[in-house]
Ligand binder design. Structure first.
Ligand code: FAD
Length: 511
């Protein structure tokens, strides 16, 4: 059997039969099987938008040699006696726990929030009443921060290909569409995630894992740099290795870790607001038309040097999505974005953020605890302005011109907008940079200035980073690991899941 990869150009609304015919014609073969390796939309020329598809075909009629497939993640199984405690059921904690359990350890996954059904119900209630629920919200609960999200599975890191494959195939086994393995910009959507996350939990339970919901890690009992017990509201849990993957919203957990002498440093991160446009504006700007058969909704990714200020970029774009109140704590007001798999909502949103170095911004050295205080105070400032979860907002034009003229606009945000001089709520250096970025983006994307800008988006990256040894252990500790986004070594679903897997593999290696 021979194997060959070919690159094909197909119309956006091609049918499978068309692809088959094209492969046969190009390779001059009749009997073959094929697999899509990569699929990306080429929209550089609006008059000629097409799918660029890399296909691998296998056939007796092909002479080339068989393909080289990179080996999958090797998780060595044997029955092991040691107990593992993993805190946080986000991608980092969950995939860490899954790999440890697959390796034969006795693994308990501990999550402060509720299971997905209760969590979804709690979020619906919050969006109806505006009454915040500390145990189930967009940040905390089963599946972590990204459960209700666009479920973008992109990651720029080249060092995590095995881990990435493991995560994607786990998602596919749990019901995700197979295209996530080959799309250039794969995404799951909030609706798919709502089905996948509990199925993954079931897979973990079926191989002997244990999950404790509504169990909050309050404290650690440490002797000679070894964690003897983790303390939760419902009692102590002993384990041989402790992996904490609390995301980067869990401020009190980081404060507890800092008090326990777990070492962190500050790092640069990004903050800003969300911009929102009718999706039609984005489709027109990117495709030159309102819709494109065979493609859900247009995306964008914009960068700006900030005209000598801080660098500004758009991040976590949600085509056909909604902006949601994603606060983790009462009296803080922040926003994030999500969409369904079909991305068929009326609006497009994205974070528009500036890269920040707190030491430079504040003109003094900032400790990790101070960095957390700084960010939390900013989140509180947005809450105090609205005295609710209404999102402070203005038009992009008003932000650029620094004058509050905008009248109420339609938005996807469920808890209402509060007109604001948003530029005054953000730190001035950040707001000046974002203003320059918005000007730049209005030149680059037709109609961009017609959008709305709202709220505080403070979760694109963590302001602190745990100090790690080469074997992933927290510096100086014998059995404590911090993984995922809150560790400061990852950002997003895939890289956080991969970080959790790497921590698990380091533990397996030393056992
Ligand atoms: C609305 C929204 C949309 C997003 N969209 C995307 C996207 O499309 N693509 C993408 O790549 N990323 C997206 N992200 C970011 C992504 O969700 C995170 O990068 C990722 O979830 C981080 O994974 P993690 O496991 O490190 O932490 P998290 O997912 O934050 O999980 C941490 C878990 O730990 C639990 N926890 C915290 N403290 C404790 C404690 N003391 N005791 C017990 N449990 C605790 C929390 O309840 C939480 O469930 C989105 C985030 C949000 C909020």
């Amino acid at each position: 059997m021979g194997y060959k990869e070919i690159s094909l150009k197909l119309p956006t609304d091609y049918a499978e039969e068309q692809l088959r015919k094209k492969i046969g014609k190009k390779l001059r073969i009749q009997e073959f099987s094929y697999q899509i390796e990569r699929k990306s939309l080429d929209a550089r020329r609006k008059s000629d938008i097409y799918w660029q598809i890399l296909v691998s075909a296998s056939s007796k009629q092909i002479k080339e040699t068989a393909r080289v497939i990179s080996p999958p993640l090797n998780i060595p199984y044997r029955k092991r006696e040691k107990k593992m405690a993993v805190v946080g059921s986000g991608p980092a904690g969950f995939f860490c726990a899954l790999v440890l359990q697959k390796a034969g350890f006795n693994t308990t996954l501990i999550e402060r929030g509720q299971d997905i059904n209760k969590r979804a119900e709690g979020i619906r209630e919050f969006e109806k009443t505006g009454l915040f629920n500390p145990v189930c919200n967009y940040a905390f609960g089963e599946g972590g921060a990204g459960t209700f999200s666009d479920g973008k599975l992109t990651s720029r890191s080249k060092r995590i290909s095995q881990e990435r494959k493991f995560i994607l195939s786990s998602y596919i086994n749990a019901g995700a569409p197979e295209e996530i393995e080959y799309m250039a910009h794969p995404h799951l959507g909030s609706d798919n995630l709502g089905r996948i996350v509990p199925k993954l939990r079931e897979d973990f339970l079926n191989i002997g894992g244990k999950v404790l919901f509504e169990t909050f890690l309050e404290d650690l009992k440490i002797e000679n740099k070894k964690v003897r017990e983790i303390i939760t509201a419902s009692g102590g849990i002993e384990a041989d290795e402790i992996i904490i993957a609390p995301g980067h919203s869990a401020y009190e957990t980081y404060r507890m870790l800092i008090k326990k002498d777990v070492k962190f440093r500050t790092k640069s991160f990004a903050i800003g607001s969300r911009v929102e446009h009718p999706q039609e504006i984005i489709n027109n700007a990117q495709w030159g038309r309102k819709s494109l058969p065979g493609v859900k909704a247009a995306e964008y990714r914009l960068t700006s040097s900030g005209n000598g200020n801080l660098p500004v970029y758009t991040f976590c774009m949600c085509p056909g999505g909604s902006i949601v109140p994603s606060s983790a704590y009462k009296n803080t007001n922040i926003v994030n974005g999500l969409s369904s798999y079909n991305r068929n909502g009326k609006f497009a949103n994205a974070a528009c953020v500036a890269g920040v170095d707190l030491d430079k911004l504040n003109g003094k050295q900032t400790s990790p605890a101070e960095a957390l205080d700084w960010l939390e105070n900013l989140e509180r400032r947005f809450y105090e302005y609205s005295d609710s979860f209404k999102s402070p907002s203005c038009s992009i034009k008003d932000f650029i011109n620094k004058e509050a003229k905008s009248s109420t606009v339609e938005s996807s945000y469920p808890l209402g907008l509060k007109p604001a001089a948003l530029w005054d709520l953000l730190p001035s250096r950040v707001s000046d940079s974002i203003r320059e970025g918005l000007k730049d983006f209005s030149r680059k994307l037709k109609g961009f200035e017609a959008g709305t800008i709202m709220g505080l988006d403070s979760k694109s990256s963590s302001p602190i980073q745990a100090l790690r040894e080469e074997n992933y252990l927290c510096a100086g500790f014998k059995n404590l690991y911090i993984a995922g986004e809150g560790s400061g070594y990852s950002g997003g679903i895939i890289s956080s899941g991969a970080d959790g897997i790497k921590a698990a593999m380091a533990i397996i290696e030393k056992d």
